[in-house]
Design a protein around this ligand. Structure first.
Ligand SMILES: Cc1cc2nc3c(=O)[nH]c(=O)nc-3n(C[C@H](O)[C@H](O)[C@H](O)COP(=O)(O)O)c2cc1C
Ligand code: SF4
Length: 379
């Protein structure tokens, strides 16, 4: 979310003086049966050009997750991984739509376990935002403008929705076979699950209407049926889908249907009403997390624009959230958590109009600047 509301920027919250400067950020806690060593979470972050059309795990991905899982976060959630070939956000993203992909994914699951953290991947279907025009679908025929481009989604039939439910359940089955401890359903950003929850986009009048959440009932029940008892199911959930009251209802529904955590974000860019009181010091995404935190008892994660340890600490305190989520900050610096803990400058995302990780990760200006600053310090 490019919003110019970076939390912890030059205007105030600089880096802390090491771990002792924090009351909450470095306190351990439990997610299900898993010990989580601190409150720093790396969210799902697709790297766009490291794989190929097979959706299989590349050597570069393995190295990337080795670095991220050793970078000092308590939890790293693996990037959006497509449950079907037609559901790809980008044709080079990771996939979990066929059994041949399990072997590569099991390498990644081991990377998480070697770093002593649960392995959780994000199950995703791009819906109207699929890269290939022919794949674009929505709950009803729909047209929107996303990232400046018009997208047209074909309306899905009830039979297709039943098959898509199975794609999510099969994705979870493959994750279990690959050794993962949990999955996160990607129900945000205007992708298929976000569209299904959003009453402004999902104008169906059958059992798949937004308010009935039938798709989610089938997916949650289907995954629980095949999963081991302690398997984690989290949801990346738009707090404004389309309005805050709906997001809060959705969060409560997921909790009552067995979700283990809510990873809060905003919602569908083109079909949501953002809101927050003027007095709330952070952006709407963080406000949404605070409100969800007040509504549910399961752990809630807060994200968007957090750039320093001080900022993360203040967000945790202001929202009561269980995790401060560091997205682009972790792309700038995979070692973000360790650096904050040691009182070092963790670097800063430059809030590029288009994140270079969607184009060419090697050209991330925040990362290049940090490398330059560090080289300058050692000269
Ligand atoms: C390159 C890139 C890839 C992303 N991929 C995903 C993804 O796979 N799944 C997801 O839920 N969010 C994804 N996001 C959103 C981030 O997880 C995060 O919520 C967002 O960047 C805001 O947090 P930040 O301000 O700390 O970066 C992505 C963001 C970026 C910049
Ligand atoms: S390319 Fe790097 S500096 Fe630019 S938005 Fe992405 S993470 Fe931030």
């Amino acid at each position: 979310m490019k919003d110019g509301r970076e939390i912890g920027g030059q205007s105030g919250m600089g880096q802390g003086a090491g771990e002792t400067a924090y009351e909450r950020l470095f306190t351990p806690w439990k997610l299900g049966k898993f010990e989580i060593r601190n409150r720093i979470c790396v969210p799902p972050l697709v790297v766009f050009n490291w794989g190929d059309e097979s959706g299989r795990v590349s050597e570069k991905s393995v190295r990337h997750y080795e670095a991220l899982t050793r970078g000092g976060a308590g939890l790293v959630i693996q990037e959006a991984t497509s449950v079907s070939r037609g559901g790809r956000i980008t044709c080079t993203m990771l996939g979990i739509w066929e059994d041949g992909q399990i072997e590569g994914l099991s390498r990644l699951a081991r990377v998480f376990h070697d770093a002593d953290m649960p392995a959780i991947l994000q199950l995703s279907h791009a819906g109207i935002l699929a890269e290939r025009e022919a794949d674009r679908v929505a709950p009803v025929p729909y047209r929107c403008v996303a990232d400046g481009a018009e997208r047209v989604g074909r309306g899905l039939s009830a039979e297709e929705l039943v098959r898509l439910e199975q794609d999510f359940i099969d994705g979870a089955r493959r994750a279990i076979q690959a050794g993962y401890d949990g999955v996160e359903l990607h129900a945000s950003h205007g992708y298929l699950l976000s569209e299904l929850l959003n009453g402004r986009m999902n104008q169906r009048t059958d059992a798949y209407a937004a308010s009935d959440r039938l798709f989610f009932l089938h997916v949650m029940e289907g995954i629980r049926r095949i999963a081991p008892p302690d398997f984690l199911i989290g949801v990346r959930l738009g707090a404004f889908e389309p309005a805050l009251e709906d997001g809060l209802e959705n969060a409560a529904w997921f909790e009552s249907h067995g979700a283990d955590f809510i990873d809060a974000f905003i919602g569908c860019d083109w079909a949501m009403d953002l809101e927050k009181p003027d007095t709330f010091p952070f952006n709407e995404s963080i406000y949404g997390a605070k409100r969800i935190r007040e509504r549910v008892s399961v752990p809630v994660f807060a994200v968007s624009g957090i750039s320093t340890g001080r900022g993360a600490e203040e967000v945790l305190k202001a929202t009561g959230a269980d995790m401060a989520v560091i997205g682009r900050g972790s792309l700038v610096n995979e070692n973000w958590g360790n650096d904050v803990r040691a009182g070092r400058n963790p670097g800063r995302c430059q809030e590029c109009a288009r994140c270079m990780w969607k184009v060419d990760a090697d050209r991330c200006p925040g990362h290049l600047l940090l490398e330059k600053e560090r080289a300058g310090q050692t000269e």
